[in-house]
Design a protein. Structure first.
Length: 139
């Protein structure tokens, strides 16, 4: 089973960025534990701060992979183009957020992508990515 994880803007700074909200672990570290926990899954990881590059990646993997786990960061709340990219591809997308976006500022309460995703995991820290993999495996 092939799963692509895509992280959006500012998530390259995990570990350094607002650790009270996003934790102290880098994503690279967490990815190592994910690969150990799910050895039967072929996990690929991509991060970009650029909206168009995220769209290009969705197009690239969106017809061949079994699932995509997408944390679009702040583009979640603004990007019609990401909404359209998810609508355009065949591979199902799980939306993940590390923080509980509904417990934060109101501008984070609206996601432009949830309606095109198969589900949403928010507020469980980095563990949300493992929860998404578990869900995809059982599907
Ligand atoms: C985030 C939540 C977004 O509102 C924010 O812009 C992020 C990270 C999360 O994982 O909690 O960059 O997607």
């Amino acid at each position: 089973m092939k799963i692509q994880i895509i992280n959006g803007p500012n998530l390259n700074l995990l570990g350094k960025r607002e650790p009270e909200t996003y934790g102290k672990q880098t994503f690279e570290d967490y990815l190592t534990t994910l690969k150990t926990r799910f050895p039967q899954v072929e996990l690929s990881y991509y991060q970009s701060n650029v909206e168009g590059e995220l769209i290009n990646k969705l197009h690239e993997v969106g017809f061949g992979f079994d699932a995509i786990i997408l944390n679009a960061g702040a583009y979640t709340h603004t990007s019609v183009a990401l909404h359209d990219a998810i609508a355009a591809i065949k591979t199902p997308v799980v939306e993940v957020h590390i923080s509980n976006v509904y417990a934060r500022e109101e501008f984070r309460h609206k996601s432009l992508i949830t309606s095109k995703c198969i589900g949403l995991i928010t507020g469980f820290g980095l563990e949300g990515y493992a929860m998404a993999i578990q869900f995809i495996q059982k599907k």
